[in-house]
Design a protein around this ligand. Sequence first.
Ligand code: NAP
Ligand code: MG
Length: 497
Amino acid sequence: MSTKTKSKEAAAKAALEFSNGWEYAPAPESTDHARIEPRYQHFINGVFVKPSSGKYFATISPSTEKVLSEVALGDEKDVDAAVKAARNAYEKVWKKMPGSERGKYLYRIARIIQERARELAVIESMDGGKPIRESRDVDVPLAAAHFFYYAGWADKLEYAFPNRTVSPVGVAAQIIPWNFPLLMAAWKIAPALACGNTVVLKPAETTPLTALKLAEIIRDAGLPPGVVNIVTGDGKAGAALVNHPGVDKIAFTGSTEVGKIIQRAVAGTGKKVTLELGGKAANIIFEDAAIDQAVEGIINGIFFNQGHVCCAGSRLFVQEGVAASVIRKLKDRMETLIVGDPLDKNTDIGAINSKEQLMKINEYLKIGVDEGATIHQPSCSIPAKGFFCRPTIFLEASQSHRIVQEEIFGPVLAVQTFRTVEEVIEKANNTPYGLSAGVWTDKGSKIFNLTSKMRAGVVWANTFNKFDPTSPFGGYKESGFGREGGLHGLLPYVNLK
Ligand code: NAP
Ligand code: MG
């Protein structure tokens, strides 16, 4: 080896060591402009009202474990008041209002979300633990985009369903999880209102704050009282809402377990239901893929939002010929990930949403090791306080492992290899879920072949975790039924004749 080559190699090694040891200075987003009240009430009939029980529960920041606010604990009486307000607003105002007028309210809500985007993003990251980069660049802009998109449909429903008579369904009960609190509220409220329905929304127990901020926005937008009602609380409030006889339609996003309870509860009642449930997406890398981009796609697919994503790419399938290089690059890239303060703009992986969720993820890390898969985590430090988890991959995972079959809902990836297209399709479809999948290849024909055979609601090609209000989203099998987003997202909220 010439001296020149040797010195080049030494320089490259030094550069790598330097970059690995690189520490970014903290860049925390300021919280001065985020107004969080010490106590929040339910939002019923256009005003904030105390819970009938007089009880409140604390919502904490999962990154500091500090209490952010106290929130009303909803019970059957509160749910009943909210459903009655929604029924009254439906009959007297909202269903009679021309679509063009309804649309104006939705546009107004969208614009106020944009105006208050910074505050909403900061509160989302404080209450839920997700990195500010994501709440700022994904959650909040997409929430506004959903209101803008469905505002456009409000006066065009006869074009959405040509030659049909379109009418609203009535009062919609909407129950959402903690992983995209504001965005899920927007996904549910915007199409419901566009079609002329009124709403009672129940946010998740651990992340109620941005829904309550949305209540303020809805009030400021001058929406008629009772058109949107928000009742906070735990699963009991959710169950009371599902079982209320005054509800015409239930839209639920959450676990498959609760989804099944809801389906049993509404059997024979005539209530319309859509369920968006869990997932265990396959991310498939072929030998002819652009490998560096695919590695970024794997990182984005599973570590985005701490893996708290129903469509997370939690099963990786790599074709044998590139497996060694993909895994090496993946490990290198994982070394550069920053785990920590969700409010820091450098953070890639924020806090796990709750202590319970962290315990569940840690249990799966143990299960994976016990099952015989090889665990790999980067050497990054994690904060001493708060709920944090290092990004994790399991190598030599196999189809029968629980870490391959069950939804972990954390930054944990199970890696397998494959040889042929047929083999990977069979393996990828071999799961009770069917929400999403990803495929990385240079060949369009392979993409079409695969997408037509995958039992998944969304299949991304050479990208992952991309969302758009114009595109429908939803699952097969135990991932639920019904679609949200796009023209399809109007269907659950209309009766057609
Ligand atoms: P979860 O426990 O099912 O909770 C979802 C919502 O339902 C929460 O508001 C919850 O209230 C409420 N709830 C609990 N028990 C209920 C009952 N018996 N009746 C009615 N409502 C009830 O789910 P999670 O743990 O919050 O969220 C994680 C799950 O959601 C994952 O499985 C994930 O895959 C799924 N998810 C799916 C999608 C999708 O679009 N397909 C999107 C996001 C998340 P509490 O918060 O008070 O428990
Ligand atoms: Mg919280």
